[in-house]
Design a protein around this ligand. Structure first.
Ligand code: FES
Length: 144
């Protein structure tokens, strides 16, 4: 299982302890994994590589049936819900990328655009942190 999935045995044990995958025991008490768990491990690895929190991955996988391989319709239902969340995440990442070289309202006043978008750090009166990003994040979350 570890060799085919491309992860360490300890990673499988971690995923199992987190309730993300399941194993069963032989009469000699050796741990075995059903082949269907390979797909779950693959999804977990890709999602983690994209920075998706484990809690979010767990919530998604928890919607799939336990003890048997999910059918296509079950994967599709989960996939459609997750697609909406991923679209929202993509929108936030694009916003981050697009604003990275401009004023984000953090209070540093170090960018050329700061005097225009955050004169005298007026945004600091709204609260701590990068106020422009925080406001955009709120708008994006409301929109999705
Ligand atoms: S980038 Fe920090 S206040 Fe403009």
């Amino acid at each position: 299982m570890a060799a085919r999935a491309g992860v360490a045995v300890s990673t499988l044990h971690f995923y199992e302890s987190e309730g993300l995958i399941e194993s069963w025991r032989t009469p000699a008490n050796h741990r075995r994994y059903d082949r269907r768990e390979l797909r779950r491990v693959a999804v977990i690895r890709v999602a983690q590589s994209l920075g998706i929190p484990l809690a979010e991955i767990r919530a998604m996988l928890a919607r799939l049936p336990k003890g048997r391989a999910p059918n296509k319709a079950e994967w599709q239902a989960v996939s459609e819900d997750w697609s909406r969340e991923l679209d929202a995440r993509i929108a936030r990442l694009e916003a981050l990328r697009d604003d990275l070289d401009g004023c984000i309202g953090c209070g540093c006043l170090s960018m050329e655009t700061c005097p225009l978008y955050n004169p005298d750090d007026r945004k600091g009166r709204e609260g701590p942190g990068p106020r422009t990003w925080i406001a955009r994040e709120r708008r994006l979350r409301k929109a999705t």
